[in-house]
Write a new protein. Structure first.
Lengths: 132, 129
Protein backbone atom coordinates (compact mmCIF):
# COMPACT_ATOMS: atom_id res chain seq x y z
CA UNK A 1 0.00 0.00 0.00
CA UNK A 2 1.34 3.47 -0.80
CA UNK A 3 2.62 5.85 1.87
CA UNK A 4 0.20 8.48 3.19
CA UNK A 5 1.76 11.31 1.26
CA UNK A 6 1.37 9.41 -2.01
CA UNK A 7 -2.33 8.79 -1.58
CA UNK A 8 -4.61 10.87 -3.68
CA UNK A 9 -7.80 9.00 -3.08
CA UNK A 10 -9.49 12.30 -2.32
CA UNK A 11 -8.15 13.89 -5.49
CA UNK A 12 -10.38 14.10 -8.50
CA UNK A 13 -9.11 13.23 -11.92
CA UNK A 14 -10.15 15.08 -14.97
CA UNK A 15 -10.58 12.76 -17.90
CA UNK A 16 -9.68 13.85 -21.42
CA UNK A 17 -13.30 13.73 -22.52
CA UNK A 18 -15.39 16.82 -22.42
CA UNK A 19 -19.13 16.81 -22.07
CA UNK A 20 -21.39 18.09 -24.81
CA UNK A 21 -21.77 21.12 -22.65
CA UNK A 22 -18.05 21.79 -22.87
CA UNK A 23 -17.25 20.91 -19.25
CA UNK A 24 -14.92 18.28 -17.79
CA UNK A 25 -15.67 14.92 -16.24
CA UNK A 26 -14.19 14.19 -12.84
CA UNK A 27 -13.90 10.84 -11.15
CA UNK A 28 -12.96 10.76 -7.49
CA UNK A 29 -10.64 8.16 -6.05
CA UNK A 30 -13.40 7.11 -3.68
CA UNK A 31 -15.56 6.14 -6.62
CA UNK A 32 -12.75 4.08 -8.09
CA UNK A 33 -12.22 2.42 -4.71
CA UNK A 34 -15.92 1.58 -4.58
CA UNK A 35 -15.88 0.07 -8.04
CA UNK A 36 -12.78 -1.93 -7.17
CA UNK A 37 -14.39 -3.16 -3.95
CA UNK A 38 -17.50 -4.27 -5.78
CA UNK A 39 -15.40 -6.03 -8.40
CA UNK A 40 -13.49 -7.81 -5.66
CA UNK A 41 -16.77 -9.02 -4.19
CA UNK A 42 -17.37 -10.94 -7.43
CA UNK A 43 -14.17 -12.93 -7.13
CA UNK A 44 -14.35 -16.31 -5.45
CA UNK A 45 -11.69 -17.14 -2.95
CA UNK A 46 -11.05 -13.78 -1.34
CA UNK A 47 -12.64 -11.60 1.29
CA UNK A 48 -11.71 -8.37 3.05
CA UNK A 49 -8.92 -8.97 5.58
CA UNK A 50 -11.40 -9.60 8.40
CA UNK A 51 -13.90 -11.57 6.38
CA UNK A 52 -17.34 -10.60 5.18
CA UNK A 53 -17.98 -8.82 1.94
CA UNK A 54 -16.15 -6.05 0.14
CA UNK A 55 -18.28 -2.94 0.48
CA UNK A 56 -18.85 0.17 -1.55
CA UNK A 57 -18.67 3.77 -0.45
CA UNK A 58 -16.67 4.85 2.56
CA UNK A 59 -16.11 1.28 3.68
CA UNK A 60 -14.33 0.45 0.42
CA UNK A 61 -11.50 2.82 1.31
CA UNK A 62 -10.61 0.61 4.24
CA UNK A 63 -9.07 -1.96 1.94
CA UNK A 64 -8.61 -0.17 -1.37
CA UNK A 65 -6.28 2.72 -2.16
CA UNK A 66 -6.01 4.52 -5.45
CA UNK A 67 -3.42 6.77 -7.05
CA UNK A 68 -4.57 8.81 -10.01
CA UNK A 69 -1.98 10.47 -12.18
CA UNK A 70 -2.47 11.90 -15.63
CA UNK A 71 -5.36 9.71 -16.68
CA UNK A 72 -3.74 6.58 -15.32
CA UNK A 73 -4.92 4.79 -12.19
CA UNK A 74 -2.96 2.56 -9.86
CA UNK A 75 -4.98 0.50 -7.44
CA UNK A 76 -3.86 -1.19 -4.23
CA UNK A 77 -6.09 -3.71 -2.53
CA UNK A 78 -5.72 -5.71 0.69
CA UNK A 79 -7.56 -8.97 1.08
CA UNK A 80 -7.65 -12.33 2.80
CA UNK A 81 -7.45 -15.63 1.00
CA UNK A 82 -10.04 -18.31 1.70
CA UNK A 83 -8.24 -21.56 2.42
CA UNK A 84 -8.23 -23.96 -0.49
CA UNK A 85 -8.01 -21.44 -3.28
CA UNK A 86 -4.88 -21.02 -5.36
CA UNK A 87 -3.27 -17.71 -4.57
CA UNK A 88 -1.95 -16.73 -7.98
CA UNK A 89 -5.14 -17.71 -9.75
CA UNK A 90 -7.34 -15.74 -7.37
CA UNK A 91 -5.03 -12.73 -7.48
CA UNK A 92 -4.95 -12.70 -11.26
CA UNK A 93 -8.71 -12.88 -11.50
CA UNK A 94 -9.02 -10.10 -8.96
CA UNK A 95 -6.66 -7.87 -10.92
CA UNK A 96 -8.44 -8.54 -14.21
CA UNK A 97 -11.90 -7.98 -12.74
CA UNK A 98 -10.95 -4.72 -11.06
CA UNK A 99 -9.17 -3.40 -14.14
CA UNK A 100 -12.06 -4.28 -16.43
CA UNK A 101 -14.73 -2.82 -14.17
CA UNK A 102 -12.90 0.40 -13.41
CA UNK A 103 -12.00 1.02 -17.03
CA UNK A 104 -15.49 0.26 -18.24
CA UNK A 105 -17.23 2.43 -15.68
CA UNK A 106 -14.85 5.38 -15.59
CA UNK A 107 -13.09 5.49 -18.92
CA UNK A 108 -9.79 5.77 -17.10
CA UNK A 109 -6.84 3.52 -17.85
CA UNK A 110 -5.83 1.19 -15.02
CA UNK A 111 -2.08 0.95 -15.04
CA UNK A 112 -1.73 -1.65 -12.30
CA UNK A 113 -3.62 -3.48 -9.58
CA UNK A 114 -1.36 -4.46 -6.70
CA UNK A 115 -2.78 -7.11 -4.41
CA UNK A 116 -1.69 -7.79 -0.85
CA UNK A 117 -2.95 -10.98 0.81
CA UNK A 118 -2.59 -10.50 4.53
CA UNK A 119 -4.07 -13.68 5.95
CA UNK A 120 -5.87 -16.94 5.31
CA UNK A 121 -9.44 -17.46 6.44
CA UNK A 122 -11.04 -20.83 6.93
CA UNK A 123 -14.69 -21.39 6.13
CA UNK A 124 -15.19 -23.30 9.37
CA UNK A 125 -13.81 -20.35 11.33
CA UNK A 126 -16.31 -17.93 9.90
CA UNK A 127 -14.63 -16.73 6.73
CA UNK A 128 -17.97 -15.24 5.83
CA UNK A 129 -18.47 -13.30 9.07
CA UNK A 130 -19.34 -9.69 8.54
CA UNK A 131 -16.42 -7.29 8.73
CA UNK A 132 -16.58 -5.06 11.82
CA UNK B 1 9.79 -14.66 14.41
CA UNK B 2 10.20 -12.00 11.73
CA UNK B 3 7.34 -12.13 9.29
CA UNK B 4 8.50 -12.61 5.76
CA UNK B 5 6.50 -12.25 2.65
CA UNK B 6 6.54 -13.43 -0.93
CA UNK B 7 6.29 -10.91 -3.75
CA UNK B 8 5.34 -12.00 -7.24
CA UNK B 9 5.07 -9.87 -10.34
CA UNK B 10 1.90 -10.67 -12.20
CA UNK B 11 0.91 -9.23 -15.55
CA UNK B 12 -1.30 -6.55 -14.04
CA UNK B 13 0.67 -5.71 -10.91
CA UNK B 14 2.38 -6.98 -7.83
CA UNK B 15 1.08 -9.75 -5.59
CA UNK B 16 2.35 -9.64 -2.01
CA UNK B 17 1.61 -12.64 0.19
CA UNK B 18 2.24 -11.91 3.85
CA UNK B 19 4.03 -14.41 6.05
CA UNK B 20 0.89 -15.05 8.05
CA UNK B 21 -0.69 -16.67 5.00
CA UNK B 22 2.21 -19.09 4.79
CA UNK B 23 2.48 -19.79 8.51
CA UNK B 24 -1.26 -20.34 8.82
CA UNK B 25 -1.09 -22.79 5.94
CA UNK B 26 1.72 -24.66 7.68
CA UNK B 27 -0.31 -24.73 10.89
CA UNK B 28 -3.27 -26.17 9.05
CA UNK B 29 -1.01 -28.81 7.55
CA UNK B 30 0.38 -29.83 10.95
CA UNK B 31 -3.12 -30.30 12.30
CA UNK B 32 -3.68 -32.99 9.68
CA UNK B 33 -0.89 -35.20 10.95
CA UNK B 34 -1.66 -37.77 13.60
CA UNK B 35 0.60 -38.05 16.57
CA UNK B 36 1.67 -34.41 16.59
CA UNK B 37 1.21 -32.20 19.63
CA UNK B 38 2.56 -28.99 21.08
CA UNK B 39 5.94 -29.50 22.66
CA UNK B 40 5.01 -27.54 25.74
CA UNK B 41 2.36 -28.76 28.15
CA UNK B 42 0.88 -25.27 28.52
CA UNK B 43 -0.37 -23.49 25.43
CA UNK B 44 -2.71 -25.01 22.91
CA UNK B 45 -2.08 -26.24 19.44
CA UNK B 46 -2.64 -22.83 17.94
CA UNK B 47 -0.34 -21.16 20.47
CA UNK B 48 2.48 -23.38 19.45
CA UNK B 49 1.76 -23.91 15.81
CA UNK B 50 0.29 -20.57 14.98
CA UNK B 51 1.25 -18.11 17.66
CA UNK B 52 4.28 -19.49 19.40
CA UNK B 53 7.50 -17.67 19.00
CA UNK B 54 9.53 -20.50 17.53
CA UNK B 55 7.00 -23.10 16.51
CA UNK B 56 6.83 -22.29 12.84
CA UNK B 57 9.69 -20.48 11.19
CA UNK B 58 9.71 -19.41 7.59
CA UNK B 59 12.64 -18.29 5.53
CA UNK B 60 11.73 -16.76 2.20
CA UNK B 61 14.57 -16.65 -0.29
CA UNK B 62 13.35 -15.18 -3.54
CA UNK B 63 10.71 -17.53 -4.81
CA UNK B 64 11.57 -20.34 -2.38
CA UNK B 65 10.21 -20.86 1.10
CA UNK B 66 12.16 -22.88 3.65
CA UNK B 67 10.22 -24.09 6.67
CA UNK B 68 11.17 -25.21 10.15
CA UNK B 69 8.63 -26.58 12.62
CA UNK B 70 9.12 -27.55 16.24
CA UNK B 71 6.72 -30.12 17.61
CA UNK B 72 6.05 -32.79 20.17
CA UNK B 73 5.25 -36.34 19.18
CA UNK B 74 2.96 -38.65 21.14
CA UNK B 75 4.88 -41.60 22.56
CA UNK B 76 4.20 -44.66 20.48
CA UNK B 77 4.06 -42.89 17.16
CA UNK B 78 7.16 -43.59 15.10
CA UNK B 79 9.06 -40.32 15.05
CA UNK B 80 10.54 -40.77 11.61
CA UNK B 81 7.21 -41.62 10.02
CA UNK B 82 5.52 -38.69 11.70
CA UNK B 83 8.29 -36.37 10.56
CA UNK B 84 8.10 -37.62 6.99
CA UNK B 85 4.34 -37.15 7.05
CA UNK B 86 4.78 -33.62 8.32
CA UNK B 87 7.26 -32.78 5.61
CA UNK B 88 4.99 -34.22 2.95
CA UNK B 89 1.84 -32.49 4.09
CA UNK B 90 3.53 -29.12 4.59
CA UNK B 91 5.13 -29.33 1.18
CA UNK B 92 1.79 -30.26 -0.38
CA UNK B 93 -0.14 -27.47 1.30
CA UNK B 94 2.38 -24.78 0.43
CA UNK B 95 2.72 -25.96 -3.13
CA UNK B 96 -1.04 -25.96 -3.43
CA UNK B 97 -0.98 -22.21 -2.78
CA UNK B 98 0.89 -21.98 -6.06
CA UNK B 99 3.05 -18.99 -5.24
CA UNK B 100 6.45 -20.25 -4.21
CA UNK B 101 8.66 -23.26 -4.36
CA UNK B 102 9.16 -25.17 -1.16
CA UNK B 103 12.79 -25.63 -0.27
CA UNK B 104 13.62 -27.47 2.90
CA UNK B 105 11.11 -28.56 5.52
CA UNK B 106 12.97 -29.15 8.75
CA UNK B 107 11.20 -30.88 11.60
CA UNK B 108 12.53 -30.52 15.14
CA UNK B 109 11.05 -32.95 17.64
CA UNK B 110 11.19 -31.11 20.94
CA UNK B 111 9.53 -33.59 23.23
CA UNK B 112 7.79 -36.91 23.50
CA UNK B 113 4.32 -36.73 24.97
CA UNK B 114 2.84 -39.47 27.12
CA UNK B 115 -0.20 -40.91 25.35
CA UNK B 116 -2.36 -40.37 28.42
CA UNK B 117 -1.62 -36.66 28.59
CA UNK B 118 -4.98 -34.97 28.12
CA UNK B 119 -5.12 -32.77 25.01
CA UNK B 120 -6.48 -29.31 25.64
CA UNK B 121 -10.04 -28.55 24.68
CA UNK B 122 -10.62 -26.16 21.83
CA UNK B 123 -11.68 -23.47 24.33
CA UNK B 124 -8.42 -23.86 26.24
CA UNK B 125 -6.46 -23.71 23.01
CA UNK B 126 -8.19 -20.49 22.02
CA UNK B 127 -7.64 -19.03 25.45
CA UNK B 128 -3.95 -19.85 25.40
CA UNK B 129 -3.46 -18.66 21.82
Amino acid sequence: MPENDERTSEEEERTPQTTPGGGAISVSGDVIASIAGLAAAEVEGITPPRGGQFRKGEAAKRNVETIIDGGEVRIFIKAALIYGYKVAQVAQELQERIKANVERMTGLNVNSVDVELVRVLFPEDGAQEEEA
Amino acid sequence: MAEQHVVIELALGKLTVQGEVLSTTVTKALNKVEGVRPHRKAGGVMAIFGGGEDSVQLDVQGDTVNVEVRIGVILGYPVQEVSLAIQEVIRGELEQLGIAKVGTVNVAIKRLIPPDEEPQSKEEEKRDA
